[in-house]
Write a protein that binds this ligand. Structure first.
Ligand code: AMP
Length: 219
């Protein structure tokens, strides 16, 4: 199993980068936020447990998250390549991920930290729209669809996530600063962190990550 991580505050562009990386590499996109939203919609036990935290913009407890990710790893073939988006978000989750990888004789290859200033994060979150059908990401100013509220790729309806409203955005950015930022030190110490300027154009961000992955794979 091969793992890379996309780390960054909400709005840094992890999901958008993941779409481009997925198209150019064997890495499968695993977004814990997407998995949780699906679980909430389906009313599964994990979904019922997670719903309140998500609505408030708080973190879902580590135990629930680790269960969710372990199930994903267990369900796929052993040689699979995963790109984690939104996980880990706490040092506890990162330690549990390390232990889980060690049990599978795997190691973390790269962590890409998408860095962006706060005002850019807020502007991206507030303008973000998502396709209900295929999950594609848009932005009302930066990546507008050809037709308003309609997905270019599949024709699905675009919507705004409930937690992309202003009050919840502030909580989520605070949670990132208080809990997730510690991971930057954690992965710097492991020597796997690469910093990416998330204010750069989408193509440059994706290009930098894809080049690094290809170089590491000897391509
Ligand atoms: P995201 O789509 O990554 O912004 O995640 C949306 C929400 O899902 C977050 O605000 C959290 O409530 C929850 N969530 C997603 N991933 C995690 C995680 N690794 N740990 C805790 N909560 C998470």
């Amino acid at each position: 199993m091969k793992i890379i991580i996309l780390l960054g505050a909400p709005g840094a562009g992890k999901g958008t980068a993941a779409e481009g990386i997925k198209a150019a590499t064997p890495y499968m996109h695993v977004s814990t936020g997407d998995m949780l939203r699906t679980a909430v919609k389906a009313g599964t036990p994990i979904g019922r447990e997670a719903e309140g935290y998500m609505k408030r913009g708080e973190l879902v407890p580590d135990g629930v998250m680790v269960r969710l990710v372990e199930e994903k790893f267990d369900g796929g073939p052993a040689d699979k390549a995963y790109m984690l988006d939104g996980f880990p978000r706490t040092v506890e989750q990162a330690e549990m991920l390390d232990a889980s990888l060690a049990r599978r004789n795997s190691r973390l290859a790269h962590v890409f930290y998408l860095e962006a200033p706060r005002d850019l994060l807020v502007a991206r979150l507030a303008g973000r729209r998502i396709c209900r059908a295929c999950g594609a990401n848009y932005h009302i100013v930066n990546i507008p669809p050809k037709k308003q509220d309609v997905c270019d790729t599949c024709g699905g309806e675009l919507y705004q996530r409930a937690d992309d409203k202003e009050a919840t955005i502030n909580t989520r950015l605070e949670v990132f600063a208080n809990q997730t930022k510690a991971l930057i030190d954690y992965y710097t110490r492991q020597g796997v962190l690469a910093r990416i300027d998330a204010a750069a154009p989408r193509e440059r961000i994706i290009g930098q990550i894809v080049d690094k992955l290809r170089m590491a794979a000897g391509q």
